[in-house]
Design a protein around this ligand. Structure first.
Ligand code: ADP
Ligand code: MG
Length: 362
């Protein structure tokens, strides 16, 4: 976890990019409006009025816990599931009722769906059946070069690693240059180390190909690392959409604050841009009034050894690049992340200082 500068101002303009400069709004690619799907009468809807838009070439992560409706949303966009309500437009064209093959959308399945009896090159060529032989062959080889597998063109899928199979599946999908690619938990079959490596590769490949993508994942780290924007889903609804930075720094609800990264939750009383809390009067990242629930990130809290301090360290985890401390102060047990430097033993008296804006989340 990278240490944040202590003076960082958590008030962000809504259109700021993670790097702080303003991004040009991309041309609209996909408009999803009021999408809904209920599988069983009487049960809660799997997807309820989901709306969002995406720009050309944009990578959007659909992030949420298992069962919140991510796959159902993706399948409706791909045409594999019929919505009860709502519309889907791709480059201005209503595709809501088109069959999957008429939408011009690529899909990478969770198990890659490679043909085991075809070699790598033939698998990639499979997506190009409409083309004549020579141009299809050239295009398939070009795609294998793009994903770095031209040396393995004659291998069968079972002779490849999981990460290589993933790249073949992606090459096959990208071969037809779809404006949009849908990926459902694409890294779930890879081990932890491969996942980190492969997700950056996949991001690079999509950007190089210029295809936009929707990536479904329940892994917040993956969503933050890979996507230009993240749509957070809870119980069939999109509850927040924004850049990884906006979502992390300004979570819209307690659910988002706890699902993406870790948060301490405090009670306070707000008047405008400040609130009175057990840790003194603190600035807020957005205005609120009256009783508020506040989210405080572990790296927003400073820990100072102080024999007369009101708090005590009750737990510690050394992680090399940083350390986690659990600190009890009155009723609150706070999680604090600090640098690897000074080490404060369990049992020590300390003082906590919250050194940034905190976010009202009720
Ligand atoms: P996620 O991908 O976020 O894990 P899903 O979209 O797969 O969630 O599922 C959302 C909800 O819809 C879940 O409660 C799931 O059990 C239900 N569901 C999904 N597909 C079907 C189906 N074909 N028939 C009945 N219920 C389904
Ligand atoms: Mg799913």
């Amino acid at each position: 976890m990278q240490e944040l500068p202590r003076s960082l101002n958590f008030r962000m303009p809504a259109d700021a990019s993670p790097l702080g400069f303003r991004q040009k709004p991309a041309k609209v690619l996909l408009e999803v409006e009021g999408l809904a799907r209920r599988f069983t009468d009487g049960d809660a809807a799997a997807v309820e009025r989901v709306s969002f838009t995406m720009g050309e070439g944009e990578l959007l992560a659909l992030l949420g816990p298992s069962g919140c409706g991510k796959t159902t949303t993706l399948r409706m966009i791909g045409g594999f599931e019929t919505p009860d309500a709502g519309t889907i437009r791709l480059r201005g064209r209503d595709i809501t009722h088109l069959p999957p093959e008429k939408r011009g959308i690529g899909f990478v399945f969770q198990d890659y769906a490679l043909f085991p009896h075809l070699d790598v090159l033939e698998n990639v060529k499979f997506g190009l059946r409409g083309m004549s032989r020579a141009p299809a062959e050239a295009r398939a080889r070009e795609m294998l070069r793009l994903v770095g597998l031209e040396q393995l063109a004659e291998r069968k899928p079972h002779e490849l690693s999981g990460g290589q199979q993933q790249r073949v599946a992606l090459a096959r999908t990208l071969a037809v240059a779809p404006p949009l690619v849908l990926l459902d938990e694409p890294f779930s079959n890879l081990d932890a180390a491969m996942r980190v490596e492969t997700r950056q590769e996949v991001r690079g490949l999509l950007k190089k190909a210029g295809s936009a993508a929707i990536l479904v994942t329940h892994d917040q780290e993956e969503a933050l690392a890979l996507a230009d924007r993240v749509a957070v889903m809870e119980a069939g609804r999109v509850v927040q959409i924004g850049t990884p930075d906006e979502i992390y720094r300004n979570p819209a609800s307690r659910f988002v604050a706890s699902f993406i990264g870790r948060s301490n939750i405090l009670q306070g009383t707000a008047d405008g841009m400040d609130a009175d809390t057990p840790f003194g009067r603190l600035p807020l990242s957005r205005a609120a009034n009256g009783a508020v629930t506040l989210a405080v990130r572990p790296e927003q809290i400073m820990l100072e050894p102080d024999p007369a301090g009101p708090a005590a360290v009750v737990g510690r985890e050394y992680r090399g690049h940083d350390q986690l401390y659990w600190v009890q102060e009155g009723e609150s047990c706070m999680l604090v992340i600090s640098g690897p430097g000074a080490q404060i033993p369990v049992g020590a008296r300390v003082r906590l200082r919250i050194c940034d804006c905190v976010t009202p989340v009720n």
